[in-house]
Write a new protein. Structure first.
Length: 330
């Protein structure tokens, strides 16, 4: 369940917003700068909606490992993210790396362009009062964070010793095990995900057997996929691209990762139907230090930036107003 909140935290760092308006209630202050209830409410509503679209509206009553509900955890994470965002924004101003009005407007224009044909989403944003003013503050802080991090990482030196130590300590994480494959799928579910009748499943199995016989006899796999497969990849000859472990359903993955390049599987049954898999590429190797040096440098610089922000936060005067936070609608 923790993965859910990792996702939400990433989302919030992208859309976090702090505003200041005389006379408005504040859920917190950072060095005298208000984080308003109005903007906290907007961000809370936005993330509540996003989470429900992935996990359903019944997630809020569920408890996490610490005994808190997802509702309470989300409310706290939104608040802490907004506090972090304000701390970063203030430091960006001191470091003279705030974004220009033009840069902010470009982000707004890009966002509006991306949703111009999504009337349902636009209506939802309007309902939550996500307006132009909100977007200006939102992207100002998003860009300020990017600018400050870029400056910090540029000014921060990462030693070769630290990078080599990180490599040795995390060697397993640089092991690459991927498969590039194509498949033919005969579905045993309808478009709504409901299981087909026994008779229709038999028909699907028979079709899969026909397709298997053709590819095993030497017919072009892509051609057979276009003819038989009911997956969206059929138009591309069944190409699925490259994937690592944990990205496919277990039954599919176990077979694919046990195959060599050029091999074609027998029929593999999953919850989706009957698959025939062809492995077209296989990478199974340990990444060398030189291979991953750049990635390690980025990781260590990012970790140092996180520590830097934590210190900025520790050195800031922060006041949280729990009674105002509790008054936010959910």
């Amino acid at each position: 369940m923790k993965k859910i909140f990792t996702f939400i935290l990433c989302l919030m760092m992208t859309v976090s917003l702090i505003g200041c308006s005389a006379g408005k209630k504040a859920v917190a202050t950072v060095n005298g700068q208000d984080i308003t209830l109005e903007n906290y409410q907007k961000l809370l509503s936005l993330n509540k909606s996003s989470m429900e679209s992935y996990y359903g509206s019944d997630v809020w009553s569920k408890e996490m490992e610490d005994g808190k509900t997802y509702k309470d955890t989300l409310k706290e994470m939104v608040l802490q993210t907004m506090i972090d965002s304000e701390v970063i924004y203030q430091e960006s101003e001191k470091q003279k790396v705030l974004p220009t009005d033009k840069q902010i407007q470009e982000q707004i224009d890009s966002f509006n362009e991306s949703i111009k044909n999504d009337s349902d989403y636009k209506a939802e944003l309007e309902k939550m009062a996500i307006n132009e003013e909100f977007l200006k503050f939102q992207f100002a802080r998003d860009l300020a964070n990017s600018n400050l991090q870029e400056k910090f990482e540029k000014d921060t030196k990462i030693s070769e010793t630290d990078m080599k130590k990180y490599y040795e300590d995390n060697k397993k994480s640089f092991y690459t095990d991927t498969v590039t494959a194509s498949h033919i799928l005969l579905k045993t579910q309808d478009d709504e995900g409901k299981e087909l009748s026994s008779e229709k499943k038999k028909e699907a199995k028979k079709k899969a057997e026909e397709a298997l016989a053709k590819v095993k006899s030497g017919e072009d796999f892509a051609k057979v996929a276009k003819e038989y497969s009911q997956d969206s990849s059929a138009s591309k000859g069944g190409e699925l691209g490259t994937f690592g472990r944990g990205q496919m359903v277990t039954e599919f993955e176990n077979v694919a990762f046990d195959m060599k390049k050029g091999e074609i599987s027998d029929i593999v049954e999953t919850q989706y139907g009957y698959h025939i898999i062809k492995v077209t590429g296989r990478v199974d190797k340990q990444g060398t230090y030189d291979d991953v040096k750049g990635k390690i440098k980025t990781t260590l610089a990012s970790e140092k930036y996180t520590e830097y922000v934590e210190k900025l936060k520790k050195d800031s005067k922060i006041e949280q107003k729990e009674d105002i936070v509790k008054s936010a609608k959910f």
